[in-house]
Design a protein around this ligand. Structure first.
Ligand SMILES: Nc1ncnc2c1ncn2[C@@H]1O[C@H](COP(=O)(O)OP(=O)(O)OP(=O)(O)O)[C@@H](O)[C@H]1O
Ligand SMILES: [Mg+2]
Length: 297
């Protein structure tokens, strides 16, 4: 492990136990391969949560190649880059997005942001912990791959929605990320298959990932469901709107709604069954399984 990586680990491990981003629930949407649908997933889940009455902050964690603002048709005035340079406060950099979602944009085209050093990550962690008290849920749209920023967001959120498509390359890269995350047993990983051609296409993809991670990592991530490949998604992207508002009765929007309910149940049901370290019930193709990787019942 490099000095920088161990510096990052000790930085994050200094957080008070059980408190990551204020009192907010948090989920980092990540993937091994790029272009599988993380921004799509993060933006739509954030909007669904806001519509369900939660105070939601959507963070563009793809620092350096940010595009949450583009995806949502926003013209954000400020970004994480300015916060880290001390030019604006984090509270000022957060801007209103669709359906009451608050959005923290990130700079695009800035190499230093894409590879933040431990000092920059420390500032970011402290800012996010402070602002977390103002939100119920923080959704982070990560960059693709296993870079330091991705591992940072996974660690501070404590929970990763690992997004993949059924393609072999996406599966291989998803396993690479899973393997990297597996070093930290405090990170809960859940899987969503996007752009699936059918339910069995999605289940096969998850099954292959589960088998290989069970065999080599002795840990099986939970499956929260799949989103079908749907032309309405491409139309909504071109219209710069979340598909759940652009075409709320589309197959993709309906699937996202199911994933939202499985992934982010109301606080009450989390308190009953999903305290950290315990199994959080989630959906496997309509049946229930536990995040410890049990068979669908
Ligand atoms: N369920 C879907 N059905 C059809 N097309 C989809 C679906 N999900 C995503 N797409 C298409 O894939 C494109 C890439 O999605 P998105 O930008 O969310 O990927 P990403 O993982 O965030 O990419 P990057 O790694 O570059 O950040 C979208 O612009 C959209 O056209
Ligand atoms: Mg993206």
């Amino acid at each position: 492990m490099s000095d920088q990586a161990s510096g990052l680990r000790s930085l994050i491990d200094r957080r008070p136990s059980g408190v990551r981003l204020g009192n907010a629930q948090a989920v980092a949407v990540a993937s091994g391969k790029g272009g599988v649908g993380k921004t799509f997933m993060a933006a739509n889940l954030a909007v669904l949560a806001a519509r369900a009455g939660r105070r939601v902050l959507l963070i563009d964690g793809d620092l350096g190649l940010a595009n949450v603002d583009v995806a949502l048709g926003l013209r954000c005035q400020h970004s994480i880059g300015e916060v880290l340079r001390g030019e604006v406060s984090l509270a000022r950099a957060i801007e209103p997005g669709p359906c009451g979602v608050s959005v923290l944009a990130a700079g695009s085209g800035a190499e230093w942001l894409a590879h933040l050093d431990v000092g920059g990550l420390a500032v970011l962690q402290s800012e996010l912990t402070n602002i977390g008290t103002a939100f119920d849920l923080i959704v982070i749209d990560c960059a693709a791959g296993i870079g330091r920023n991705v591992l940072f967001f996974a660690k501070v959120a404590g929970r990763v929605l690992l997004t993949l498509t059924p393609e072999p390359t996406a599966l291989a890269d998803a396993y690479a990320l899973l393997k990297t995350l597996a070093a930290d047993r405090s990170i809960d990983v859940q899987v969503v298959v996007n752009q699936a051609l059918s339910t069995s296409d999605a289940r096969n993809a998850y099954g292959r990932l589960r088998a290989v991670s069970g065999r080599f990592l002795a840990k099986e991530p939970c499956y929260v469901g799949h989103v079908p490949r749907d032309e309405d998604v491409r139309r909504s992207v071109r219209a710069r709107q979340p598909v759940v508002t652009y075409s709320s009765d589309s197959r993709a929007a309906c699937a996202l709604d199911g994933i939202f309910r499985a992934l982010l149940p109301p606080r009450a049901s989390i308190a009953l069954g999903g305290a950290r370290g315990l199994a959080i019930p989630c959906v496997v193709g309509g049946a229930m399984a536990s995040s410890s990787g049990a068979e669908a019942r």
